[in-house]
Design a protein. Structure first.
Lengths: 266, 475
């Protein structure tokens, strides 16, 4: 299940920043860090990011739980690369039958895993510290996103948790009709497909009803929309974005200075 | 100028052969409170959509004229508020106050005027919680009350309510009835569609009945309309007061035990419960929302594994399989013994035609093609579905879909039938047919377990009742 509720102390100085500023800072960080393939820059960036956690009001343990899928992915990347990487340069560390682990392989794998974390952590922090309603408000007010898109997506989002319940219900309803797959993998695949189709049909119907109800409350009106909740974009928010660029840039600069920098392109 | 004026109005949705509404002449004055009745398919919902300005010109074909305050409803949108059946698909925002503010924002009301309006609307519907309450934490009745506040915040002069209590339990329906009663003022015109007349009549001073073929069948005060047309309306399925439905107590005593539940539990949804299900007996399970009635139905139906306790079938029901708990049976074996009817009929439909839907179960349990055909024909006839044999199950009306979902469970001739709220939102005619059918099954030695909120259904059919209370961990 995707968990999207914010888990922050609302008075934390950086968590309180404008959601659009937080989003922009995270994106900027990610884009800058993607530029290098070495492990040094992302390692420094991760250190910065973790050091800033208290300012976002998130505890490390809570973030680790959110990052669990990422950890699983990291282990997968590590194992795959160690076993199957084509580049076997560097000092031989382990040689066991067909498996040859060299220092070059290990550094490449480590770089990839660190990059994954360095790029994903800012996004995780934004999600963990931002109320979805505030994000939609800020996107409309400060990033000039269309209200129709932002609030439409927000409303549709509210229906997502229902899908999991619905899936269970449809599966049980099929069993009650005498349909199960048993051990036959092909029948399982077919059952999965038909359950997914029913789920989709239901979701579309529900979405249509929601859209009509929203229009009945004037969502399709041509008059300019007003805002009941104000989102401010101040100097502090600008500073957050600039700060993110400076920190990510610094991480990159260190990697260039120590000579480990390997550009993504070229 | 009248609040609503229809002259020979008709509407046909694009791509349909039939007119949804036709030949309608109607005039409703400011401040009138009108109950709109009519058999399902008479076009009540289409009429409300037309009055709310929600039928774009390119979405169908119009005849005659429709006016709200002398204007085309599409250009009088700010005059009209429309409340739908399902609270789940009307709420937009995560917090209650934000949701009520959604409408006023759309109309461009200045921010400093929005919050006083939100508070006023919440007060008018008697909302018990603060603005910051998450909408997801509300019961169905409270959600619908909130959706109503969202409509009132736009201060509509014409209020359209489309079966606002159809998806709610009796306690939730009472919340909405009280909220509507409290919110009406001399300035507001009300047009209400509702099957439960007992809920609706205290709110209205005029009844309009749409004729199935088009036009108005009856129009006047509730007393006058029901005196002249009560009998006919009751026969068509309207719950007219003073027309009680006959009870069907058991003709024989209960037979052998089919299924037992021993300290069955699935926390936090269901606290421990023990019961026995017997052949030739109708058992009703009732109790407040959140007590786990639906969960119990799924456990008894062999669709869900219990966390504690067990469900045991007797040899009478399952023969040699009785040693294995029902939730471990293969599906084709299960449906030959226990049939389950879900609360939402559409969850159970898997084919594209009514007849295929009925043939599916018998085919999976290995009947011959001739047997399958005989079963399908008998059930189509018994449940008045013969004319719809080729129709897509998803296009059926509420009553037709319910009859089909019961028929699909009966197609495999299970000895035990488990139903979750089978009479929910049904008109009087379908309701009576269901009671009749269930009584017949019981008197033929079938076991019947019904989870229900419906006191009339329990009174008419149940031989024994079990009350479930909320698990103690839930406040």
């Amino acid at each position: 299940m995707i968990d999207l509720e914010p888990v922050t102390r609302p008075d934390a100085p950086l968590a309180r920043r404008n959601p659009v500023a937080k989003l922009a800072a995270a994106l900027l960080c990610s884009v800058i860090l993607i530029a290098t393939l070495d492990p040094v820059a992302p390692a420094i960036a991760i250190a910065f990011e973790l050091a800033l956690l208290p300012l976002f009001g998130i505890r490390l343990r809570v973030l680790a739980r959110r990052a669990m899928p990422l950890l699983v992915g990291a282990v997968g990347v590590l194992v795959t690369l160690v076993l199957f990487a084509a580049d076997r340069s560097g000092r031989i560390l382990i040689e066991a039958g067909p498996f040859l682990v060299t220092s070059g392989v290990l550094i490449t794998a480590l770089g990839l895993v660190l990059r994954m974390f360095a790029v994903a952590l800012p996004g995780l922090i934004v999600v963990a510290t931002t109320d979805p309603t505030d994000l939609a408000d800020a996107l409309v007010q400060n990033a000039r996103l269309s209200a129709r898109f932002a609030y439409g997506a927000l409303a549709a989002f509210r229906l997502v948790p229902l899908l999991a319940q619905e899936w269970q219900m449809i599966s049980m309803a099929r069993r009650a009709r005498g349909i199960d797959a048993g051990r036959d993998p092909l029948a399982r695949l077919r059952l999965f497909g038909s359950t997914a189709f029913t789920l989709l049909v239901g979701a579309i119907r529900r979405g249509t009803r929601l859209a009509v109800a929203m229009d009945a409350r004037g969502f399709d009106a041509t008059t300019p929309r007003s805002m009941a909740r104000r989102q401010h974009f101040g100097h502090a928010d600008g500073l957050l974005i600039a700060g993110a660029a400076v920190l990510a840039g610094a991480a990159l600069a260190v990697s260039v200075a120590v000579g480990t920098f390997r550009p993504l392109i070229g | 100028m009248s609040a609503v004026r229809l002259r020979d109005f008709g509407w046909r949705h694009a791509g349909r052969k039939r007119w949804a509404v036709r030949g309608l002449d109607l005039r409703i004055e400011h401040g009138e409170r009108v109950l709109l009745l009519g058999a399902s398919g008479a076009g009540k919902s289409t009429l409300l959509a037309a009055l709310a300005g929600l039928l774009p010109e390119d979405s169908g074909e119009q005849e005659g004229t429709v006016e709200v305050d002398g204007r085309d409803p599409r250009r009088a949108r700010e005059e009209v508020g429309l409340l739908f059946q399902d609270p789940e698909t009307q709420l937009v925002m995560a917090r209650c106050g934000d949701d009520v503010a959604f409408g006023p924002e759309n109309r461009g009301l200045p921010a400093e005027q929005i919050w006083p309006r939100v508070d006023e609307a919440l007060r008018r519907v008697g909302f018990r919680y603060g603005r910051d309450r998450p909408t997801a934490a509300l019961s169905g009745g409270e959600q619908q009350r909130l959706a109503f506040a969202g409509v009132l915040a736009l201060r509509p002069r014409l209020l359209l309510l489309d079966e606002p209590t159809a998806n709610l339990d009796p306690a939730g329906a009472a919340l909405i009835r009280d909220a509507v009663a409290a919110a009406l003022d001399a300035d507001t015109t009300l047009l209400l569609v509702e099957h439960r007349l007992a809920e609706a009549l205290p709110l209205v001073d005029r009844v309009v009945v749409l004729a199935p073929g088009g036009g108005v069948q009856a129009d006047g005060t509730p007393q006058a309309v029901f005196a002249a047309h009560g009998e006919a309306l009751a026969a068509e399925g309207v719950w007219v007061p003073g027309h009680p439905v006959p009870a069907r107590p058991a003709a024989t005593t209960a037979g052998e035990t089919l299924l037992t539940a021993d300290e069955l539990a699935l926390p936090p949804r269901l606290a421990s419960v023990s019961l026995t299900v017997r052949a030739g007996e109708a058992l009703a399970v009732h109790g407040p929302n959140g007590a786990g009635k639906s969960t119990l139905a799924l456990l008894l139906g062999g669709l869900l594994a219990p966390a504690a306790g067990r469900v045991t079938a007797t040899a009478e029901l399952a023969g040699g399989d009785a040693r294995v708990p029902p939730h471990r049976w293969r599906a084709p074996a299960l449906v030959g013994r226990i049939g389950t009817v879900f609360q939402d009929p559409e969850h159970q439909f898997v084919t594209a035609a009514v007849a295929d839907e009925l043939a599916l179960g018998p085919r999976r349990t290995g009947r011959t093609e001739a047997q399958v055909r005989a079963t399908v024909d008998t059930l189509l006839d018994r449940l008045r579905l013969t004319a719809l044999a080729e129709a897509n199950p998803y296009t059926l009306s509420g009553g037709e879909a319910r009859r089909l979902s019961v028929a699909t469970a009966l197609a495999t001739a299970p000895r035990l039938l488990v139903c979750d709220e089978p009479t929910f939102g049904q008109d009087r005619r379908t309701w009576q047919e269901l009671v009749e059918l269930f009584a017949e099954l019981r008197d033929n030695g079938h076991g019947l377990v019904t989870v229900t909120h419906d006191p009339e259904f329990i009174a008419a059919l149940a031989d024994r009742r079990v009350r479930l209370d909320q698990p103690r961990s839930v406040p």
